[in-house]
Design a protein around this ligand. Structure first.
Ligand code: 4AD
Ligand code: MG
Length: 455
């Protein structure tokens, strides 16, 4: 007899005379001649109630079937006597793995900090089960979104020589030291050459877009910035579409369609999880998601945004003037207080943006755009790329970049150059937005943040 997942048992159309359920005990209550066990197998926030009568095979070890223990139960799915539609009347049960009293998830209501310290056990809670099922579905949803539009998924390298964002926030790749001390430094590089963990697959993505028209990357990226915030991780996943024959407007349209479609998909396919999160994590979650799904995003130029901030009468910790990088407090004011909606800010000052963004005719702004959302701030950053060779080379020179190292990138402008654009969406930030979870550490299975690499 093959195993049935709890979620399928609970949504059964009819009674089932014989089934096998395997999972972990959440609670157990004993009566005189029988016991109730709540079994969860991570397929649902709901647990299946098992009724086990004294005397059935396996009952002699019932005392060891404590919270956290792994059990295997065979029995009949029958109408439930309590609030649940179905319960399992055990015909036999087996203790697969005991969990002694030291099992850390004994009672409900642990702090997020404590749960982070047991990252290997927290997936056994309802909250993290829900978040990580949604993480998996969001990944599938992202692939569906692009595949259904004929975008080609490109696996860009994780080990790379180029610093896409030019911010110098890269982890260097080294090998373990086996050589002699004298040659140690270069010998420990990537076969004698400097190599790093990628901060973005964009540059390589551009090469493929300028051949396959519409592509996307989806994979891990790394940032060595020492940011201790609730929305920065040293290792995170990014989705980066890149589109040939596309300008900034097309890029913004795609980013907006992408975010709204993912939300629609989550509301449809993760209804149970969203209901749970709406109840226990963020009371406004469902309403916010419904609103974002149905309402076009506000679009506002950087210059207009600065104007709004200056006229707001607010004093910000970081003073506002044209030319600054918008800080999270500014982004939050725009989305949460001023527009009360996701906002796409575009046309940023060229001085604060990387070399690859296309220069506007005004000579001082570039075709950059960020999607900002309430509660988080930036979830997407993108731009139309500079397709004109002369201006690109000038930018590289001005920023002191090694032209030889980026010759291949400039080649894309030497041979059949086209206007093209793309964006990067932070997978974890999207997930935070869709789950209402407010700390990036709680949407990553094993978060890598500064000084956090214990697992
Ligand atoms: O704005 P960023 O740095 O843009 C790029 O890397 C471009 N090359 C993307 C492109 O145009 N193809 O990063 C893009 C997104 C951000 O909007 C944010 O959602 C996420 O990646 N992100 C982070 N997420 C978690 N932790 C960090 N340290 C992040 N840094 C960026
Ligand atoms: Mg950005």
């Amino acid at each position: 007899i093959s195993r049935t997942l709890v979620k399928h048992a609970l949504s059964s159309e009819a009674e089932i005379p014989d089934m096998l359920v395997q999972g972990w005990v959440r609670t157990r209550r004993d009566s005189k001649a029988f016991s109730f066990l709540e079994i969860n197998d991570g397929s649902s926030v709901a647990s299946l109630q098992v009724v086990a009568d004294e005397g059935i095979p396996g009952y002699e070890r019932i005392a060891e079937m404590t919270t956290g223990a792994a059990v295997s139960v065979r029995g009949a799915l029958v109408a439930g006597q309590g609030k649940q539609r179905w319960e399992l009347r055990a015909s036999s049960l087996e203790l697969v793995g005991a969990a002694p009293e030291s099992y850390p998830l004994q009672k409900k209501g642990h702090t997020p900090e404590f749960l982070r310290s047991i990252a290997h056990l927290r997936p056994r809670t309802n909250l993290f089960g829900a978040v990580f099922r949604m993480r998996s579905r969001l990944a599938a949803s992202i692939h569906r979104f692009f595949q259904s539009r004929d975008f080609v998924w490109v696996s860009t390298p994780i080990i790379t020589a180029s610093d896409c964002e030019g911010a110098g926030e890269m982890f260097r790749v080294t090998t373990l030291d086996v050589g002699d001390a004298a040659s140690r430094d270069t010998a420990r590089d990537f076969f004698g050459k400097a190599a790093y963990l990628t901060v973005s697959g964009q540059l390589e993505g551009e090469a493929f877009a300028c051949a396959l028209s519409n592509i996307y990357t989806f994979g891990p990226t790394f940032r060595a910035e020492n940011s201790n915030t609730t929305r920065h991780a040293a290792e995170f996943w990014m989705v980066e579409p890149e589109m040939a024959f596309c300008d900034l407007r097309g890029d913004m349209d795609m980013a907006e369609a992408f975010v709204r479609e993912l939300i629609r998909d989550a509301l449809e396919n993760s209804a149970e999880e969203i209901e749970f999160l709406n109840r226990f994590v963020d009371k406004g979650l469902r309403e916010r998601l419904e609103h974002v799904k149905d309402t076009p995003f506000v679009r506002c130029s950087y210059t207009e945004a600065v104007d709004i901030l200056l006229k707001s009468g607010r004093t910000f910790d970081f003073p506002v003037s044209w030319g600054i990088n918008l800080q999270s407090e500014h982004e939050r004011f725009l989305t949460e207080e001023h527009f009360k909606s996701p906002v796409i800010v575009y046309d940023y000052p060229k001085e604060i943006k990387p070399f690859y963004m296309r220069l506007n005719d005004d000579g001082r702004t570039v075709t950059a755009m960020d999607v900002l959302v309430p509660g988080i701030g930036e979830i997407v950053g993108g731009s139309q790329r500079e397709e004109r060779l002369d201006i690109l080379l000038e930018n590289m020179k001005r920023q002191g970049m090694n032209e030889e190292a980026y010759r291949w990138y400039a080649d894309l402008r030497r041979y059949g150059s086209v206007p093209h654009a793309g964006f990067g969406a932070g997978f974890e930030r999207l997930l935070m937005f869709i789950t209402g979870v407010t700390n990036i550490r709680d949407v990553l299975p094993f978060a890598r943040t500064p000084r956090n690499c214990e697992f």
